[in-house]
Design a protein around this ligand. Structure first.
Ligand code: BGP
Length: 493
């Protein structure tokens, strides 16, 4: 056998809110991303709203609470990058043809929930939304590209928050399950691989990023997560009962971390961090129950879950079929003062690792960490793994010959592909690699277009100006060769 098994799924990954555009057409409802402005590596994205007295208000994307009586609002003088994405809504045929040219075997995409149920609560789905995704799947199948579909990727209908009080309301579980069942019934012949929630563990991110935040701000996340776990498990059960050929996976942010020193206190701190960051969610979704350490976390944060005995039954019966995750970087935990090793950029978690290089956005490059994480996850969950996001966000420059020569991206990805090959050689059952943002799209963290990940360049800038024309970067031709050789040859001139 070569480095990668036959039938390995090479491909790329995207999310509806970051690439589709078409935010107010085809009967689509609003998502939070539609009231979120652009930001940069150092300034946050804002959500915009109208105060009761008619004045304009803005809150940082994460961690704020709307003032009493305020309503989310779209202002003419603000830029909302997700309204445009890269306009995949109108370019999908051209884009999928380019994916096919690279030889993609799999395309990870998400369905915009507000395109199917604009406010989540409707009884009947929006036919125009259903048709759009039929068209996309038909196009993919034309080229034998297997879709991998995320059911919820950061664009739940805004009404869930404004009208239902968010995911802490158990009613939302039913709306999600209704939506997921609609998708499975509708696309049973089109889609075999599903992911229930993108980076579900990010709900606990505040605990990780702002451990000193008031407990009452962290607490709701536990209930929201519990409700999402139940929604996910019920979806898995539905698939298993009705469509035995379907495979449903979980999707977590691969928030891998190391102890910064060999001080046993750092080792312990890092163990807690991995439990809180990854295993809390992974254990429920893949093993069917909360880990032993969950009690400690609940105690620490004063959490009393509103959960029924039936919930725990569903969690047990709705274990996922495979485990998927995103992997970009690693971080370090320490009880020591890290002074000059403090991070910068939009991922300032913990101390900087002196052995790694960091991007302008503060993200480290750590291919060995991927091999390590794959091993940890496989040992624990013993089920097929997929790396469904990985890549380098960078500023690309179109050179005089009209092309982006993104050898830095090739270099980053080649190292990670080698790390995956090593993990497979170690014995890990890895079945897919879909690199993030295979075509340039809006950054989730900063809302920028200039933070590009693609093999395909899209002519659009942060002011949302540009022709939207697509062109092949140097990495396009490199990835084509990687796929052609099934990952044997990752070299480049
Ligand atoms: C993950 C998200 C993606 C994606 C990626 C890159 O967390 O699942 O939606 O955007 O990160 O992050 P960013 O866009 O902030 O560079």
């Amino acid at each position: 056998m070569g480095r990668f098994p036959e039938g390995f799924f090479w491909g790329g990954a995207t999310a509806a809110n970051q690439l589709e555009g078409g935010w107010n057409i085809g009967g689509r409802g609003l998502a939070k991303t539609d009231v979120t402005t652009g930001g940069t590596a150092t300034t946050p994205r804002f959500v915009t709203y109208l105060n009761e007295d008619g004045t304009k208000g803005k809150l940082p994307q994460f961690g704020g609470v709307l003032p009493k009586g305020a309503k989310y609002h779209i202002f003419e003088d603000e830029l909302y990058p997700n309204h445009v994405g890269n306009d995949f809504y109108h370019h999908y045929k051209e884009d999928i043809a380019l994916f096919a040219e690279m030889g993609f075997k799999m395309f990870r995409m998400s369905i915009a929930w507000p395109r199917i149920y604009p406010n989540a609560i409707e009884e009947k789905p929006n036919e125009e939304g259903l048709k759009f995704y039929h068209d996309v799947f038909n196009e993919l199948h034309k080229y034998n590209i297997e879709p991998l579909v995320t059911i919820s990727h950061y664009d739940d209908p805004l009404y869930i928050e404004t009208g239902l009080g968010g995911w802490q309301n158990r009613e939302v579980i039913d709306h999600y399950v209704k939506y997921a069942k609609t998708l499975m019934d509708e696309y049973k012949d089109d889609v075999k691989y599903w992911l229930t929630f993108n980076e579900i563990n990010c709900l606990l991110m505040m605990k990780m990023f702002a451990p000193n935040a008031p407990k009452e701000m962290i607490r709701p996340a536990y209930q929201q997560l519990h409700n999402q776990f139940v929604a996910s498990a019920k979806t898995v059960e539905y698939a298993h009962e009705n469509y035995p050929n379907m495979k449903v996976g979980c999707m977590l942010a691969g928030m891998a971390s190391y102890p910064w020193t060999c001080d046993p206190k750092d080792i312990l701190l890092n163990q807690f961090s991995m439990q809180e960051g990854i295993y809390y969610c992974g254990d429920v979704q893949a093993l069917g129950e909360y880990g032993y350490y969950a009690k400690r976390m609940w105690q620490e944060d004063g959490v009393v879950l509103d959960a029924t005995p039936e919930d725990f039954e569903h969690l047990k019966n709705g274990k996922v079929d495979f485990f998927s995750f995103s992997y970009y970087n690693t971080s370090c935990n320490t009880t020591h003062d890290f002074g000059e090793y403090a991070g910068s950029g939009n991922m300032t978690l913990g101390a900087k690792n002196p052995y790694l290089q960091y991007s302008e956005w503060g993200w480290s490059t750590d291919p060995s960490g991927l091999r390590w994480l794959l091993g940890e996850l496989y040992a624990r969950y013993k089920m097929p793994l997929m790396v469904v996001e990985n890549g380098l966000g960078a500023i690309d420059k179109v050179e005089e010959d009209g092309m982006v020569h993104d050898t830095y991206r090739i270099d980053y990805m080649a190292q990670h592909i080698d790390a995956m090959a090593d993990a497979i050689n170690d014995g890990v059952d890895l079945i897919a690699y879909t690199s993030w943002g295979c075509i340039d799209l809006v950054s989730a963290g900063t809302g920028e277009m200039r933070k590009r990940y693609g093999f395909i360049y899209v002519d659009l800038d942060d002011e949302l100006k540009g022709s939207l024309a697509r062109s092949r970067k140097e990495s396009f031709f490199w990835y084509k060769k990687v796929i052609e050789t099934n990952g044997e040859d990752v070299s480049w001139k």
